[in-house]
Design a protein. Sequence first.
Length: 337
Amino acid sequence: MNVYELTRALVDIESISDNEAAVASYLLKHLQKLAAATGGKVEPMEAEPGRANVLAWWGEPRVTLSSHMDTVPPFFPSREDDEFIWGRGACDAKGIIAAMIAAAEKLLGEGTRNFALLFVVGEERNSAGAMAAARQPRGSRFLVNGEPTESKLALASKGTLRLELTARGRMAHSAYPELGESAIEKLLDALEAIRRVALPKDELLGACTLNIGTISGGRAPNVIPDAAKAELLVRLVGDPAPVREAFARAAGTRAELKEVLYIPVIRFASVDSLPTTVVSYTTDVPVFEGHWGEPLLLGPGSIRVAHTVEERISKRELAEAVELYVEVVKRLLARTN
């Protein structure tokens, strides 16, 4: 199975976060065949009940190629034309997984050992797979994390601060609004104040940004709402404390701010002569907390089409990524000698 066929096979298995079991089973069987023929080992690594990472290794794993199996919704299957493979996960990150496996096959064919493949669950939601892997290190000294970087080594990535903003009110008949207290109006006022907060900037990473991702609340059009909630996601460029404090001041007594997830800004290792970039998204890397070695971030595809109905990956870049991962693994292994 070549890298294009494997990419399409993986894309065609729906694996929206929390539903990775089928794709994990497919990868486990695929890698077991490779390991059986090349003297490797493969095992599932439980992340949560019913959810498992997939780990394969040859020799003593000093370099690990890793990416995530889960995708965002909605699922749509693969298709291809002369230039691209399309479908959910094509670039984020099933094409990357396929390129890493193809690179492993080439390395093994050349007699290279002492590397691993680690494919995790939950990156798009709660990093459950990376958290589980961080608790079970295997001695790797370098972790090459695969995300769409347009085949450039990322020098840094923004952090993430996920927040919930909850407002409480009092129900009443909408014909007599003075008898109630609208939680939705409180929430909207708090959100407007938060949107006016001046966010920090960083010379390398650029501007900190805010996304109001979801808003929910109310019971019926003719009922004054007693509860409302919004989910916020901040792409951090530095210390989260000033952002937390500014948002809490802006919300005031109108709504309660609760922190759901924090992932710090991270700066990555580089490899001489390879082109570099800076990315605005967050990855699993900070969650690994160094347990799988010094991190690098590198993968084919563009983040600008990930999470969209136009998600796709260039066949040319996918094939080139196989050679790129082979080169990077060899150069990192040389550093460990």
